[in-house]
Design a protein around this ligand. Structure first.
Ligand SMILES: CC(C)(COP(=O)(O)OP(=O)(O)OC[C@H]1O[C@@H](n2cnc3c(N)ncnc32)[C@H](O)[C@@H]1OP(=O)(O)O)[C@@H](O)C(=O)NCCC(=O)NCCS
Length: 179
């Protein structure tokens, strides 16, 4: 494990690698159910496009992109991103995807967010983390609340769903109370 690995009870987070791009990961990115609330759904992903995307993201100092991996089996089940990070105002945005459907509803999303928030606060000394959630994404709302986030505000009719319905975007935030 390299030094940027973040260890948890059931999962660990490690920096994403180009070698993580396989048919499995690609299938998450092109699955309409998985990506229905994510902006990546507007792209038709190929292995080449995904590798290029990861190359760019790994070059970006203001974005940390992690694979979520099960401790027991070493299985890559999803990804979590901290970024963009604003180093002047000391906040960062979190996005998460548990792509492996059999790994959902087992607390891994919640644990991944908590681990990343702790890293953001303790190691990066960020003051705040945020997340933007489609109002109709029930699972995402729950998981961020469980991880200690509070609703900061609502952007009315801010996102257009696949059925063309306009929905609010909920901005969630968690403050570093030690700062
Ligand atoms: C949303 C997502 C991250 C949740 O991850 P997860 O690992 O399944 O969530 P957890 O198991 O940690 O669940 C945390 C809580 O949320 C609840 N929850 C999770 N998904 C849910 C859903 N679809 N509907 C209702 N409740 C849900 C769980 O029951 C749990 O509550 P509990 O402890 O009271 O039982 C995951 O489903 C996912 O990646 N979805 C697709 C991509 C996405 O929408 N990402 C979020 C973008 S902001």
């Amino acid at each position: 494990m390299d030094k940027s690995t973040i260890k948890g009870k059931k999962i660990f987070l490690r920096r994403i690698r180009l070698s993580d791009v396989n048919q499995n990961y690609l299938s998450w990115m092109n699955d309409p159910e998985t990506t229905q609330f994510l902006e990546c759904r507007f792209t038709k992903w190929t292995k080449k496009k995904l590798k290029n995307y990861l190359k760019e993201i790994n070059k970006d100092r203001d974005c940390l992109f992690f694979a979520i991996v099960l401790n027991k089996s070493n299985k890559h089940i999803g990804n979590i991103k901290l970024g963009p990070i604003n180093r002047h105002h000391l906040f960062g945005d979190i996005g998460i995807l548990i792509g492996d459907k059999s790994s959902r509803g087992k607390g891994h999303g919640q644990e991944a967010i908590k681990l990343l928030v702790e890293f953001a606060f303790k190691k990066l000394r960020l003051h705040k983390v945020t997340a933007g959630i489609y109002a109709n994404n029930i699972g995402s709302n729950k998981v961020f609340v469980k991880a200690g986030f509070k609703q900061a505000g609502v952007l009315a009719k801010h996102r257009r769903c696949n059925n063309n319905q306009l929905v609010d975007e909920i901005i969630m935030e968690k403050l570093n109370l030690e700062n």
